[in-house]
Design a protein around this ligand. Structure first.
Ligand code: HEC
Length: 164
């Protein structure tokens, strides 16, 4: 803010010089003043935006905000990897929801009974295998490369439970 004030002072000085020495028309002194005020407003705005960002940064709860797809989500997923297998729900939220929540690329939508019925009819073993190896636009293991086969199976079970 000090820099902003210095700028304003300088501008006001310039305005005064313009008014006193050059004695240009009233309109040009007015526009000079308007410019100074405009500069001050925009500097103020920038300063308060920056301040808001800084406050948000400082008050951000530790490890609370991590949107899926951001590098921090991958870190959180691997850091939080427990010694035992992760739940189907956890893996679904971390790896599968990006496509299966909205039906990206024709993925059967989570919880949509009608879309899952013909899949379920193929038999759960086929669904396990296709999830692990991939099928068409469905990537192997839904791109969860550190998922074990068992974890993928648990995730498929979780998805099927929601769609029956
Ligand atoms: C990049 C997008 C994408 C991701 C991520 C993804 N899927 Fe899929 N999934 C698809 C698409 C597309 C299909 C439909 C494939 C087809 O039948 O053509 C599909 C189909 C499936 C099917 C049905 C397979 C079949 O044989 O009918 C299962 C089960 C499945 N996904 C499980 C998962 C699981 C579990 C995960 C997470 C570990 C996951 N998917 C992550 C896109 C995705």
């Amino acid at each position: 803010m000090r820099a902003a004030c210095n700028w304003l002072l300088l501008l006001l000085l310039l305005c005064e010089t313009a008014i006193l020495n050059i004695r240009t028309s009233l309109t040009s002194s007015l526009s000079c003043l308007a410019l100074a005020v405009g500069m001050l407003l925009s500097l103020n705005l920038q300063a308060s935006e920056k301040m808001a960002q800084e406050i948000a940064e400082r008050t951000k709860p530790v490890g609370a905000v991590c949107i899926e797809g951001e590098p921090c989500a991958a870190q959180a997923a691997s850091a939080a990897k427990p010694s035992g297998p992760r739940s189907g729900e956890a893996i679904y939220s971390a790896s599968c929801t990006s496509c299966h929540a909205a039906g990206v690329a024709g993925a059967p939508i989570f919880g949509d009974v009608a879309q899952w019925a013909p899949r379920i009819a193929k038999g759960v073993e086929t669904l396990y295998a296709n999830s692990i190896n991939g099928i068409n636009a469905m990537p192997p293991k839904g791109l969860c490369m550190d998922c074990s086969d068992e974890e993928i199976q648990a995730t498929v079970d979780y998805m099927l439970d929601a769609a029956r």
